[in-house]
Design a protein around this ligand. Structure first.
Ligand SMILES: *Cc1c(COP(=O)(O)O)cnc(C)c1O
Length: 387
C-alpha cells in the first residue's frame, strides 16, 4: 500500500554497490558519507542504515536536528555536523555524541564555557577555509585555533578539514591550489593522529588520495556524476527514481487550452492524461511545457502549467490507462529520463532537484536481498502453522 500515488523508489542494492566500489577505490582512506538534506532526498535513516551495514566510517550532516534523528534511529557511526553551530546547541551536540565543526577562537571559548562542570567532552573538526570563503578559518588564523584546541582539556580534536569551491568539476586547477594550501597548512602545524579531509565527490576522483585520511563523496555515493569516472568506478549508477500512476484520461478536441493560464493549446484532437504529482511534491513548475514522462515505455511531453498536485501529459495517439506506472525520473523499458536532464531544464544542479522532494512523497526501498529475507520470514510462518 502506498499512501500517495507518487513515490521515490530507491534501489538499495545499487546504492550498496556504489558504496562498495567507492570503498575499494579509496581504501585505506576513510569514507565519510554526507547525508544532509534527507540524504540528498534519498531518505536519511534508510541510507544511514545501509551505509552503516556496508562499513562506511563516518556520516556527515548539516545540522544538529539531522544528527539527533540519526542517533534516535540506532545509527552508531561517528557523525560530523558540517554547518556552524550556535551556542544553545552545544550541550545537545555533545549529549548526542555528535562531532562538530569549529572555525573560530570565539566558538572554542563558547564550547569551553558551556562544558565547564559538565560530564561531557566535545569532539570537533577544525574547518579551514582554503578558498570557498564560506565558514572556515583562514590558514593564518587556523594555526592559533589549532593550538587552542589541542591544549583544551574539554575538547578533543578529531579532524581538520576544508571544502572545495569548484565542487562539481574534477579537473579544476583551483582544487589543486586548495589542496596545496591545505597540505601546506597541515605540514606547518605538524598535526598528528587526526583526520585530514578535503575532497567531495569530484575531489575524491581527481586529487591524490595518499595524503588524504578521509574523503566526503556525497553525490557520487548516490551514483550521480557528470564526468568520466575511473574504470574501477564505472559500475556506479543512480539509485533514485521518481514514479507515479496515471490518474485520469480524457480526449480533448483541437484548439483547446490545457491547465492554468492555458499555456498550451492542442494542435489536433488528442489524448490528455493527468498524473498526480506537482510542485507541491517537489516536481518543479519550471518543467511546465518542457519536461516529459515515460508511460508504457514511451516518452511523452508534459503540457500546460504544472499545478501544485497534478500535471497533464499529451500522449497524442499513444496508449495509457488509469493506474499505468509513470516514470518521471529513471528508466522504463529502454527509455530513460535522467536527473541531469531535469536539472538542466530547470536551470539548476541535480542536488537542488533531489533535495526538493518533500515528505509527502514516500520513499520505497527496493532490494533483492531484503526480498529474500522477507520470503524466509514468510516460510517460517507457514511452517509453524504446519506443525
Ligand atoms: C555536501 C558536502 C560534501 C559532499 O559533496 P558532493 O559534491 O555531493 O560530493 C562534502 N563536503 C562538505 C563540507 C559538504 O557540505
Amino acid at each position: 500500500m502506498i499512501a500517495h500515488p507518487t513515490w521515490v523508489e530507491i534501489n538499495l542494492d545499487q546504492f550498496r554497490k556504489n558504496i562498495r566500489l567507492i570503498k575499494n577505490f579509496i581504501t585505506p582512506t576513510k569514507y565519510c558519507l554526507p547525508i544532509k538534506s534527507n540524504a540528498y532526498g534519498h531518505g536519511i535513516c534508510e541510507i544511514a542504515k545501509a551505509a552503516q551495514d556496508e562499513g562506511v566510517d563516518y556520516l556527515a550532516v548539516a545540522s544538529l536536528s539531522e544528527g539527533i534523528k540519526l542517533r534516535e534511529n540506532q545509527i552508531h557511526l561517528p557523525i560530523l555536523v558540517l554547518g556552524s553551530f550556535h551556542q544553545e546547541q552545544i550541550l545537545d551536540l555533545v549529549r548526542y555524541n555528535l562531532e562538530f565543526s569549529i572555525s573560530s577562537a570565539f566558538k572554542v571559548n563558547l564550547v569551553e564555557e558551556k562544558l565547564k562542570n559538565q560530564p561531557y567532552k566535545a569532539f570537533v573538526h577544525l574547518k579551514v577555509d582554503t578558498g570557498l570563503r564560506r565558514v572556515g578559518a583562514r590558514p593564518e588564523t587556523a594555526e592559533s585555533i589549532y593550538e587552542k584546541l589541542i591544549s583544551s582539556p574539554l575538547i578533543e580534536l578529531k579532524g581538520i578539514y576544508s571544502h572545495l569551491a569548484h565542487a562539481d568539476n574534477p579537473n579544476h586547477s583551483y582544487s589543486e591550489y586548495q589542496f596545496y594550501l591545505f597540505k601546506s597548512f597541515l605540514e606547518k602545524i605538524k598535526a598528528k593522529n587526526i583526520l585530514f579531509h578535503i575532497s567531495n565527490s569530484a575531489g575524491m576522483v581527481h586529487l591524490p588520495l595518499d595524503f588524504q585520511q578521509m574523503v566526503r563523496p556525497g553525490l557520487l555515493s548516490f551514483g550521480l556524476s557528470s564526468y568520466k569516472l575511473p574504470v574501477s568506478l564505472r559500475e556506479i549508477g543512480s539509485c533514485f527514481s521518481l514514479k507515479s500512476k496515471v490518474s485520469y484520461f480524457k480526449v480533448v478536441e483541437e484548439g483547446q487550452g490545457i491547465g492554468y493560464g492555458h499555456t498550451y493549446y492542442t494542435s489536433k484532437q488528442t489524448r490528455i492524461v493527468t498524473i498526480p504529482i506537482g510542485y507541491g511534491d517537489g516536481y518543479r513548475r519550471a518543467l511546465s511545457n518542457k519536461g516529459s514522462v515515460l508511460i508504457r515505455g514511451k516518452k511523452y511531453p508534459i503540457v500546460g502549467t504544472i499545478s501544485m498536485d497534478q500535471l497533464t501529459v499529451d500522449i497524442g495517439n499513444g496508449e495509457a490507462y488509469v493506474d499505468d506506472e509513470v516514470v518521471l525520473i529513471g528508466k522504463q523499458g529502454d527509455q530513460e529520463i535522467t536527473l541531469f536532464e531535469i536539472a538542466q531544464l530547470c536551470d539548476t544542479i541535480p542536488y537542488e532537484i533531489l533535495c526538493g522532494f518533500n515528505e509527502r512523497v514516500p520513499r520505497l526501498y527496493k532490494s533483492n536481498l531484503s526480498n529474500t529475507n522477507y520470503n524466509i520470514t514468510e516460510l517460517k510462518h507457514v511452517s509453524s502453522h504446519n506443525i
